[in-house]
Design a protein around this ligand. Structure first.
Ligand SMILES: Nc1nc2c(ncn2[C@@H]2O[C@@H]3COP(=O)(O)O[C@H]4[C@@H](O)[C@H](n5cnc6c(=O)[nH]c(N)nc65)O[C@@H]4COP(=O)(O)O[C@H]3[C@H]2O)c(=O)[nH]1
Length: 927
């Protein structure tokens, strides 16, 4: 607007106006400014007049000013425009300029519009911000005027629907943007809003103008006019496609997470900060035996009150208070299981993973138990890694350390062979290796070495340990130090094979050596000889000088024999004073003679015992063979027989075994079985030989003498079978029968009234020495009712041989019974006078060998004289046996012998004959 005022008024206006006022020339130089101008910009008019107006204009707006000036110079009318004026202090003031030209002057009226400018800018800015918010949040606004029935969409709503800003749809168009299902929904809610004023907030599916499916959130509410009637429905539409997608993704993620958490094998639950369950997976449900629904939202200790204050509580508290993850294992008594728990704290509460480790605990317990058992085992236990090349030991127990002296640290990682040494038997090692190579059990007893170098015998069992696929992963070794047993066994074996006194091989070992010797003799066509060595008169030495001396002699004899023989010969002790020597390697049969003679010579020098000289000789029987015999032990029997022959030949000599001897052996064998039959079939009878008292001419006794009537062989004399029966023990039943029969018959004879008849019964040494002998006498006397004094037991010196003291005691017991004792065969044996005086005997029977030549042999006569004199002094009766002739009788009677027995008086006869004999006895008178 151009204002043309007359000068007077102009000045007035110029001075008083609150508006800015100035005049310019067409060059833009300031010609005049009013006080308001000066006051706004802080310049005095003087400072400005004549200067171009640009000095008070922001340089950015100079082009605007210049353009306006140019246009005005051309005579154009310039509309009002805004520029930024700069005050003297540099402040910017927006001013609206209205220029007008009057002649060659430009009049400018200006007013400050800074505030309006800022308000506008603010408005624009706010609008923009709303627009930005809408664009960013994808929210647009809309309203539907009830009267107009036309929706009004904001630009953002248009954009959401794929339309250009400014598009305003009809209601139908607006609704058609929705998918069918969303259309019915929007209809419904919109109608409700229009009719009832019900607000709505819906998620609906829209198909944009471009055909793209999107999701929108439509919020609407009714607006009422001053009359309270619904005049408008307004609301917002927000594109929530991405949010919805995000939500779906999150939901899917959550589902997947749930599946994952449910599928993990650990129990898993989460607690919020108040320890309420917020999540429980299915494994946790299973372990805790609670459904998720029962737990969610519940306080953990309300759900499991019994666990409050328990280890679980403590650990959760610790994790929560220290905000540190925790891990522990604990037993849950309610569930009866061991659980391993990991607890993780977070600002949201606690996350707990746990698993049932009862099986592991049980196997750990089992393992511990096993380990403790293995550790406390007295057997050494070794575990070897079978899959490492050198089979190193991976475990040894305390017993291994004790047995070997090696600490675990020294043993681990090494192969067991370090326990072996140079003397370890290679065959045993081979056995061990084979077992391991073939992956089977193996048992050996192996010589091992302890750490200190000492040897021990390791009784070792090794067995493979297989995994579930059958592969051998380890070897288990169980070892035992059997050194002591080994020594004990060795000792036992030694004892079983050796004689304790002399240390020589005994009968057992002799038997083995004999077998081996025969095999060797056969193989190398050599001869094997057996020497049966019996010491002469050893028993008297033993009995008189004592066992100590006897033992000394036996040991000495053993030493001499061993010294004399070759190392491969065997010297064995066979019986008390019997030695058997094996010579297994003789080229010729006669070679044995040299050996035997050397042996005899070696044994004959005196034996010195504590300064006393003892002499002893030996009788040796020799049997020889080429090894071809079924029963090598026969060689010993043969040598034994030959030895007896040597003895009979005068001792300190030897005798060869011959076939003749063999025949006798065979006879003995057959006789033995015949004897057994005789016992069983009672083929024995008793004959009785009268004993005469010369001074009275009376028969005062009889001697019972056994007779064996063999059905085929006829009469077999006692000399042929008594000694055999003694050897075989068959003498016992025979003697019992004899004793009983004799006593019974004696009782009958005494009942005849011919005066007292003593019954003399021969007692064999074996019978005498048998326990219970005294009782058997008592019994037989009782059974027969025979007066003890009428029984006379005839013993020989043989009964004294083994244990004289015992024999003396037994005789005393018999005497005490009242029974009489006669010493038979007196003069033929050892006849120790020292014993004789101690023996409680009643009678001596002088052997018939002295009687035979008594008439002609002065020695015999002298012996008889001596015996009779001695017996007389000792108060003993003397009976002379074997008197066959009147001469002998006459001579002996003169020698003051009173009792006689012999063919001269009567031969042994059966009981009936004896009865007749006793009924009318002949008269015996010496000349
Ligand atoms: N040449 C000769 N001989 C005479 C004469 N008078 C008796 N005899 C024999 O001399 C032996 C005497 O018995 P003995 O010395 O006890 O010797 C007995 C005795 O030791 C033993 N004997 C006999 N019967 C038994 C018995 O029942 N038990 C035991 N254990 N041994 C018995 O057998 C031995 C031999 O008995 P017999 O053959 O019956 O031999 C008897 C007898 O027949 C004689 O004038 N001249």
């Amino acid at each position: 607007m151009s204002i043309v005022l007359p000068h007077g008024q102009l000045d007035q206006f110029f001075l008083l106006s609150q508006d800015l006022f100035c005049c310019l020339d067409f060059e833009g130089r300031l010609l005049q400014v009013n006080p308001a101008f000066e006051s706004l910009l802080g310049y005095s008019a003087d400072a400005l007049l004549g200067r171009r107006c640009g000095v008070v204009v922001d340089p950015q707006d100079h082009p605007v000013i210049e353009a306006a000036l140019v246009r005005m110079q051309r005579g154009e009318i310039v509309a009002a425009f805004e520029v930024r004026a700069l005050s003297i202090l540099g402040q910017t003031h927006w001013i609206e300029i209205t220029p007008s030209a009057g002649g060659d002057i430009i009049y400018i009226i200006a007013r400050e519009v800074t505030q309006q400018k800022f308000a506008q800018a603010q408005l624009l800015s706010n609008q923009r911000l709303f627009q930005i918010a809408g664009e960013t949040a994808l929210i647009g606004g809309w309203y539907v005027d009830m009267d107009a029935g036309q929706p009004n969409w904001s630009d953002e709503v248009c954009r959401i629907h794929g339309l250009l800003p400014g598009f305003q749809p009809t209601v139908t168009q607006a609704i058609e943007f929705y998918t069918p299902s969303s259309q019915s929904r929007i209809h419904e809610v919109f109608a409700a809003c229009c009719e009832k004023g019900t607000s709505f907030d819906e998620e609906l599916e829209v198909i944009t103008y471009q055909g793209k499916h999107i999701w929108v959130r439509v919020i609407g509410k009714a607006v009422r006019d001053e009359r309270g009637e619904i005049s408008q429905v307004e609301g917002s539409t927000q594109d929530i496609t991405e949010q919805k997608q995000l939500r779906e993704n999150i939901t899917q993620l959550a589902q997947r997470l749930t599946i994952i958490l449910d599928s993990i094998t650990d129990g898993f639950f989460t607690l919020d900060t108040r320890w309420h369950f917020t999540y429980v997976n299915s494994e946790a449900e299973r372990i805790l035996k609670r459904r998720e629904g029962e737990l969610l939202g519940q306080h953990i200790w309300q759900s499991f009150p019994d666990a409050k204050g328990s280890r679980f509580d403590e650990e959760y508290q610790r994790a929560a208070s220290q905000q540190q993850a925790g891990h522990f294992e604990a037993f849950n008594p309610r569930l009866g299981i061991w659980v391993e728990v990991h607890v993780y704290p977070s600002v949201e509460g606690l996350t707990v993973y746990f698993r049932d480790i009862s099986d592991r605990k049980a196997s750990e317990h089992q393992l511990k138990l096993l380990e403790r058992s293995v550790e406390s085992s007295t057997n050494g236990v070794i575990i070897v890694d079978a899959q490492s090349s050198d089979l190193p030991m991976v475990y040894v127990n305390a017993a291994f350390e004790r047995i070997t002296g090696y600490a675990r640290s020294e043993a681990r990682g090494r192969n067991c062979r370090f326990l072996q040494g140079e003397d370890t038997d290679p065959a045993t090692v081979k056995l061990l290796r084979e077992g391991v190579t073939e992956q089977r059990e193996v048992h050996v007893v192996i010589r091992n070495y302890r750490r200190d170098g000492s040897i021990f015998w390791n009784d070792l069992y090794i067995s493979p340990v297989r995994d579930e696929t059958g592969d051998v992963t380890h070897y288990l070794g169980v070892q035992n130090d059997v050194s002591e047993q080994r020594e004990y066994q060795a000792q036992l074996t030694y004892n079983a094979n050796h004689d304790a006194l002399t240390g020589l091989p005994n009968r057992v070992m002799l038997g083995q050596r004999l077998e081996q010797g025969c095999v060797l003799a056969r193989r190398y066509q050599r001869f094997i000889a057996v020497l049966f060595i019996d010491l002469d008169d050893f028993k008297p030495i033993n009995d008189t000088l004592g066992h100590e001396v006897g033992d000394f002699i036996l040991i000495e004899v053993a030493k001499r024999l061993e010294d004399e023989l070759r190392p491969w010969d065997t010297v064995s002790r066979f019986g008390s004073d019997e030695f058997v020597v094996l010579l297994p390697d003789l080229a010729y049969e006669n070679d044995v003679i040299q050996v035997v003679e050397r042996v005899l010579q070696r044994l004959s020098p005196p034996y010195w015992y504590r300064g006393s000289e003892l002499r002893i000789t030996a009788s040796i029987g020799i049997a020889i063979n080429d090894g071809n015999m079924k029963n090598p032990r026969q060689l010993i029997q043969q040598a034994d027989l030959a030895m007896y022959k040597a003895k009979r030949r005068g001792r300190n000599t030897y005798h060869w075994y011959t076939e003749d001897l063999n025949r006798k052996v065979s006879e003995r064998v057959s006789l033995r079985s015949a004897l057994q039959q005789a016992i069983e079939q009672q083929q024995f009878t008793l004959y009785y030989q009268p004993q005469i008292h010369a001074p009275s001419g009376r028969v005062v006794g009889v001697e019972a003498l056994i007779r064996w009537q063999h059905p085929e062989r006829g009469n077999i004399p006692p000399s042929d079978f008594i000694s055999l029966a003694e050897d075989t023990g068959q003498i016992i039943p025979i003697s019992d029968w004899v004793l009983a029969t004799a006593c019974r018959d004696a009782q009958q004879l005494n009942a005849m009234g011919v005066g007292p008849i003593t019954m003399a019964v021969n007692i064999s040494p074996m019978q005498f020495q048998r326990p219970g002998f005294l009782a058997s006498i008592e019994q037989v006397l009782a059974q027969s009712s025979l007066a003890p004094v009428l029984l006379e037991l005839e013993i020989t010196e043989g009964v004294l041989m083994d244990s004289a003291e015992q024999a003396i005691q037994a005789l005393e017991d018999l005497s005490a019974l009242g029974v009489h004792i006669a010493l038979d065969d007196f003069g033929t044996g050892f006849s120790s006078l020292s014993y004789l005086k101690r023996l409680p005997i009643n009678k001596i029977k002088i052997d018939r060998s002295f009687v035979r030549d008594v008439i002609t042999d002065h020695n015999d006569a002298a012996i008889i004289d001596g015996i009779v004199a001695m017996a007389g002094k000792m108060g003993l009766g003397v009976l002379v046996e074997g008197v066959e002739t009147l001469e002998q009788f006459t001579y002996l009677e003169k020698c003051h012998c009173h009792y006689f027995q012999g063919y001269y008086f009567a031969r042994p006869m059966p009981l009936d004959a004896l009865r007749a004999f006793l009924a009318s006895p002949p008269v015996f008178a010496a000349r």
